[in-house]
Design a protein around this ligand. Sequence first.
Ligand code: F6R
Length: 611
Amino acid sequence: MCGIIGVCASPGRRLNTGEMVFKGLLRLEYRGYDSAGVASIESGVIKVLKGKGRIADLEKKLGFSRVGGSVVIGHTRWATHGAPSDENAHPHTDCTGSIAIVHNGIIENYRELREALAKKGHVFKSETDTEVVAHLIEEYLKTGLAPYEAFKKAISSIRGSYAILAVFSSQPDTIFFAKKDSPLVIGLGEGFNMVASDIPALLEYTRRVITVRDMWVGYITGDSVFIEELGKGPVEPSSYVRVVEWDLESASKGGYQHFMIKEIHEQPRALAETFYGALSDLSLGEAAKILLDARRIYITAAGTSYHASLHFALSMGRISKILVTPFIASEYESYAPTAREGDVLIAVSQSGETMDTLKAVRAFKERGARVIAVSNVVDSAIPRESDLPLYTRAGPEIGVAATKTFTTQTLLLSLLALEYGLLRGELLKSEYEELRKELSKSSELASKTISWSEGVARKIAEFLRFKNSIYYLSRGIGLPTAMEGALKIKEIAYIHAEAYPAGESKHGPIALVEKDFPVVFVVPRDEYYEKLILGNIQEMKARGAFIIGVAPEDSKLLDLFDICIKTPASNWLTTPITHTPPLQLVAYYTSVYKGFDPDKPRNLAKTVTVE
Ligand code: F6R
């Protein structure tokens, strides 16, 4: 998704604003982009440098970091309206070149606005929805309004989602901002202020931030911040300042080749943070109480977070014998009408900004349901709009493919399932303690499974790099992990992968299996499922499939696999923690061996803020 950044320096402070924005753009790269650009105001004139391509190449060609002035804004674009091109890259300007805009989001009514403005003589240089904002402001300036008033009037005229920054050549020390549905954070510095789509873009310079809320508009200069809620009046910025705990080290590669492999290896630490964080926080108990009072429980998310949600639904069924309805967030229209007062929705989102999940939250709230959020980003939109936020504390995840945020989500949700089971009286204290003891070992289990699987994952990747298709099969509690394994290899190694319950093979998919067709079996530590999976392995073997196992060290099936990653013996509830890291490693090495960049998969964005 697009990323935006802006820096304002105080008049007396000689800061390299161009370099600050350039570095910020590099930190926004992980969100996914196809083009980038910056705008500065030098000697009262707006200068725009932009183009299609990688930031590093554009820097060589155009020199983003060499622009100067007290005010610089920048943008990474992930195309929605108009193909990736130099013209469609942001910043966009008005007809006179005295207003420059960067934007993340979608302006839904841009066609009508564009037509009306074109009739008034405005000439558009791009196919984007964003450009209309620059012309709209220009139009309001013509009526005699001051820049901020014209900016606010333009914001009131647009519909859709946006985080927008605007600069005016007539006010070369100020950046104007507005936000609705797309993330935006202000960073407060000594003699400068910044504003960006997310925290990693600011971290090198400051950790004091204000998370901008929906419908806030305002402006920053080098030494002031003004905020108001559109149509309501001023907001006191100091009441919203917080200090982020992440440091730059945790948001940089720290010696690893890619963020993804760094983040895979960070899982033991992240899981410890999740576990001890949950212990020291009363929210988990509160969440369990909310669930206990619930008439019905739903859980929703997208992508990887959906797989964590499925794990929760299966765990709740097994521990407390109750039905939790999981659904994919973008399908909320089919589920929201069934909700009413007394129901609870759990919304799981690492970024806390996924538009599909946010829409589901809003739809359920409208029907009177209560919402519990599970997120990794404090103060992001979904936790903010929920009744109770729970945080995974995995630290910043920069690789586009989710890794540590998945295992930490499953840990936090498993802890919640246990609290609920105990409160509901479905678990005896001794059963609760036994299961919880195993979860307390998550960090150790992840550490073991990662070190045991590094070598064999590379061997498997050597084999898979030449394949076009793979099945990932499992049963019961192993299924969300199989689904996650398939998603990872699809996303970063571009191999078609399908995950489904192993019992389904005979109902169709087995037709594709021929000699050396790769089939990955995720075998949970569970005697009942192990027996069933044994039959499924035989079916596949009989058709010449190449069988890859991810199975507990003491599994009875180990001899049946052509190649196997052994996982530390634990219990059924920790399956995602013991079995997912090996599959993440398989996907990572397959991607690297195929010559791809696993951190920046094509067509994908880290935070999906469009529906
Ligand atoms: C997969 C991946 C995506 C996200 C999905 C939801 O590796 O990263 O599938 O899981 O876009 O994102 P969040 O969890 O931020 O709502």
